[in-house]
Design a protein around this ligand. Structure first.
Ligand SMILES: NC(=O)c1ccc[n+]([C@@H]2O[C@H](COP(=O)([O-])OP(=O)(O)OC[C@H]3O[C@@H](n4cnc5c(N)ncnc54)[C@H](O)[C@@H]3O)[C@@H](O)[C@H]2O)c1
Length: 361
């Protein structure tokens, strides 16, 4: 195999625990040849002892050995390093958020086109097995037309790292928001949504939001609500999907759904009079049920906490290898993720949050 030689900028939780780990599991396809971090103690990996260590992103980007650059630095620096690396002739795998604004993403796409290099957004959770199971149920059509979707990531706890600080582009909109909004937009469809959002800081030590509510609405599309909470101490379903024929609910590891076949029931014409005998509309519905359970718990949670890197990350690396070496179409494209960034940008503007320095507006 003609392995792709990778350099990683930002060797923290994501750079090391997700990307180096994925590369270590895909050694037939990728090799880690360079590591860059501002912190000297983080510039190495035991499985890649020969990887060149860099203090400055610019130096890693200039390394002729490096063919592909992973950008896993602070949120507000992604577009800058992605563009520098593309202009240096490297392919780029860029962590979420894939830029702060559509202007950021446009500049990244332009750099990818003018240098004829692959620009890959890292949205590995698209390949999470719970979401893949949901897509299969939706494709089967058993739930009928979908009117309402709720995606909920609850939790109760404080954070005090840079992800709570606006200066570094922290906050849940651009931290875990890109995962939820990717799911939400996949379920919403191809039209542009009307976006409504509220954000607040409840427990985080910094000035950025740790709770977000985002709603997508539009003609002929389901209403999609997305919630990330820092103050929800009781478990909640991650998924609720309501359609004309039935409903799906569940967590990242277990889903269930049930639906009716309306063709088996008599037509109901609107009766403009009170029903006889003060009767309330009611009919016995026979539901057909379905369920899904995660067999391999590594598959759903694709985040930096899963070690070894989980199946979603590995799947994304497979698609990326095929895009770079075989010229296959990317499964997750920059243009798709641009539409998600447009939603995030709208939320930022709606809530009057100043963009971090360097953001293209
Ligand atoms: N896709 C996912 O599931 C996922 C999970 C975790 C983090 N992330 C993303 O990865 C990025 C990093 O997050 P993290 O949790 O790994 O944070 P982290 O703080 O653990 O790591 C960031 C590292 O980058 C280094 N760094 C920052 N700017 C640098 C620069 N200019 N040059 C060299 N090194 C630099 C820091 O020293 C630090 O070690 C964020 O954008 C985050 O959104 C994605």
């Amino acid at each position: 195999m003609d392995r792709i030689k990778v350099g990683i900028i930002g060797f923290g939780r994501s750079g090391c625990n997700i990307h180096a780990d994925a590369i270590s599991q895909k050694k037939d396809l990728f090799d880690l040849v360079a590591i860059c971090d501002e912190l000297p103690e983080l510039r190495s990996h035991q499985e890649f002892p020969n990887a060149e260590a860099y203090a400055k992103a610019e130096d890693l980007i200039a390394d002729p050995e490096v063919e592909m650059v992973v950008v896993s630095t602070y949120n507000y620096t992604h577009a800058k390093y992605a563009i520098q690396a593309l202009d240096a002739g490297k392919h780029v795998l860029c962590e979420k958020p894939f830029g702060f604004t559509t202007a950021d993403v446009d500049a990244m796409i332009a750099a990818s086109k003018r240098n004829n290099r692959v620009l890959q957004p890292f949205q590995q959770r698209r390949f999470a097995s719970d979401f893949e199971a949901i897509q299969e149920v939706l494709r089967s059509g058993v739930l009928g037309e979908i009117g309402f979707v709720r995606i909920c990531w609850p939790g109760f706890g404080r954070r005090w790292d840079w992800q709570t600080s606006r200066v570094r582009g922290g906050g849940q909109l651009y931290n875990n928001g890109p995962h939820l909004i990717d799911y939400g937009m996949e379920l919403f469809g191809d039209s542009d949504p009307v976006v409504t959002s509220t954000v607040r800081n409840m427990l985080g030590s910094g000035d950025a939001e740790d709770e977000i509510h985002v709603m997508l609405q539009g003609e002929g599309a389901p209403q999609v609500e997305m919630i990330i909470s820092a103050t929800c101490a009781f478990p909640q379903d991650r998924w609720l999907i309501c359609g004309r024929n039935g409903t799906l609910r569940g967590t990242g590891t277990e889903l269930e759904w049930k639906y009716v076949d309306w063709s088996k029931y008599p037509e109901r014409k609107t009766d403009m009079n009170p029903l006889p005998g003060r009767y309330f509309c009611s009919e016995d519905l026979a539901f057909t049920t379905g369920s899904w359970k995660e067999e391999n718990t590594g598959n759903t949670d694709g985040g930096a906490g899963s070690n070894p890197a989980s199946a979603p990350a590995l799947k994304l690396y497979d698609t990326l290898y095929r895009a770079i070496r075989l010229g296959e179409p990317q499964v997750i494209t920059p243009e798709q993720i641009r539409r998600r960034v447009a939603v995030l940008e709208t939320c930022y503007r709606q809530n009057g949050i100043p963009f971090p320095e360097g953001t293209r507006q």
